[in-house]
Design a protein. Sequence first.
Length: 313
Amino acid sequence: MKQISLKNKKIFVAGHTGLVGKSLCKRLEKEKCKVLCVNKKSLDLRDFNKTDRWLKLNKPDYIFIAAARVGGILENSSYPADFIYDNLSIALNLIHLSYKNNVKKVLYLGSSCIYPKFAKQPIKEDSLLTGSLEPTNEWYAIAKIAGLKLCKAYGIQYKNNFISAMPTNLYGPGDNFDVKSGHVLPGLINKIHNAVKQNKKKVTIWGTGEPKREFLFVDDLADALVFLMKKYNKNEHINVGSANEVSILNLAKTIARVIGFKGRFTFDKSKPDGTPRKFIDSKKINSLGWKSKTNLLDGIKLTYESYLKNKSK
């Protein structure tokens, strides 16, 4: 397996202010490379011509595409056009322009929601496009599928070293803790924290609490992405998971344990559960020599510490 060095290379982290991007920038400090970042006000990655000019001027050697419009079930359901347009535009521009500007290697970040709603568990990479998607996030998923297929197509036609990684559900410091626009884990941290603060005896969970989810601490993902950028050179996408699978109810109980909530949980069954189970098969990346290190309890503790620090600012 051919391995590249990132030392002294110019590396563009697209989406450096997001959950993954921030962690990735921190991880790249260990590689002694030059990290290139640009904020949304200075460069809208949906704008083809501005993105082209920026790449021509800055000439990155490698690019991590962590930029995306993301959100939970409510956000996806409320803004389907924005989700598919924004994510398609980012993928189309950065992947095509990486080819045009001779970027040596690109790592595109997908999402496990690209897999069919009722895919056989654990979900292997070859499950892609074997069934229908979960309706509550299909717009985001379709854009992400297009991105990884773009990477593969440029590899086939032009021999570009453009790879894709599919992480499972992510969480960690700097997450979006808003109950309406965030994902389930940070949203529950916010809900349960406020319940303790307001001395409430119960917390309501969307849906039945029965769906199972796998969670990966964001710093573990950042380490995996650097690992893949240096070592993985195939145009087939690769899963990145943790084997930390838990029901939504047991996730809530774990968060309650960390925060100190002693009350009970009720369920709003008028709200959707989403996919019944989403547990990805990470044997491929494990066989290459990478495994996640952070267990769910420790990860939640670190995430809650970050939440408290941000609230005190």
